[in-house]
Design a protein. Structure first.
Length: 279
């Protein structure tokens, strides 16, 4: 199998694990223009890698610095990636990315270039294939978002939230390092509104926690399917809500329900991202 040299990716997803969380992601601001897919050079990687197999839409590599256990993770990705790709294609509708390179590497996050970048650097945790499959989905979703071009922005809180909830739905969380909803509920900023506005970044935990909660509110409290939510994309989550319901009270209805069950100033006790449906 060939070993390929690589360049440094321009985006890095760091775990958000509460007030002590930090990010070393390098942001790369580009327009979400699907035509840039064709201009992105694939296969020039950041470190030596070895190819482990390919499917219709994926070629999977492992970081040569990893232990042999990463080979089993790569095989698990190869078994699952087409199933997840087809599920995402059905959720998004419209154009589909033609190919991804998945590089299994160390860490508990994921990396790819700007929103259309299709070299996906995905962390592994020992032999835990489900963990890596979740990261693959999260990075993959961001490319689907860019191709769809309806307003989901991978470099803002709305697009980041979508990548997280779909990753959680296809592969339930492994540990708490990516759970953000309690950070917003129990935060010290008074539960700011990231429904009618986006945070202009994808690593601020309270904004992502709010957006993730609102996504689950749409799905499990109001009962819309993921395909309906995703295909109603807009510049903000409030725009998505208005397309789905015809109403203008997105944050008010959402925050009032949560206040009734998780009053401000009291620990929420929430251990995951989805408390819905609530009575």
């Amino acid at each position: 199998m060939p070993v390929k040299n690589i360049r440094r990716p321009a985006r890095r997803r760091a775990p958000l694990n509460g007030a002590g969380g930090r990010s070393d992601r390098i942001l790369f601001n580009v327009k979400n223009d699907p035509s840039t897919i064709a201009e992105t050079t694939e296969g020039q990687f950041f470190f030596p890698v070895t190819e482990r197999g390919e499917t219709t839409h994926f070629t999977v590599f492992t970081d040569d610095a990893l232990l042999k256990s990463s080979i089993q993770v790569a095989k698990g990705v190869l078994r699952q990636c087409e199933t997840d790709y087809n599920r995402l294609a059905g959720i998004f509708g419209g154009p589909r990315p033609s190919h991804f390179n998945v590089i299994v590497t160390s860490g508990n996050g994921g990396v790819h270039e700007h929103c259309t970048g299709t070299d996906l650097y995905c962390g592994s945790s020992g032999k835990n294939t489900e963990f890596t499959n979740r990261i693959v989905v999260m990075e993959e979703v961001e490319v689907f978002e860019a191709l769809q071009n309806l307003g989901w922005n991978c470099q803002a809180s709305n697009g980041e939230a979508l990548s997280r909830v779909l990753g959680e739905q296809l592969h339930p969380p492994q540990g708490e390092n990516l759970i953000t909803a309690p950070i917003w509920l129990d935060g010290d900023q008074g539960r700011p509104d990231f429904v009618t506005q986006n945070h202009p970044g994808d690593v601020e935990p309270q904004s992502i926690g709010c957006a993730v909660l609102f996504m689950y509110y749409l799905r499990f409290q109001l009962g819309f399917q993921w395909s309906e939510i995703v295909q109603a994309g807009g510049a903000t989550l409030a725009d998505v809500y208005k397309k789905l319901t015809g109403k203008n009270d997105a944050f008010q209805s959402f925050s009032s329900l949560l206040e009734a069950h998780f009053p401000k100033g009291k620990p929420s006790g929430l251990k995951d991202d989805n408390p819905f449906p609530l009575p």
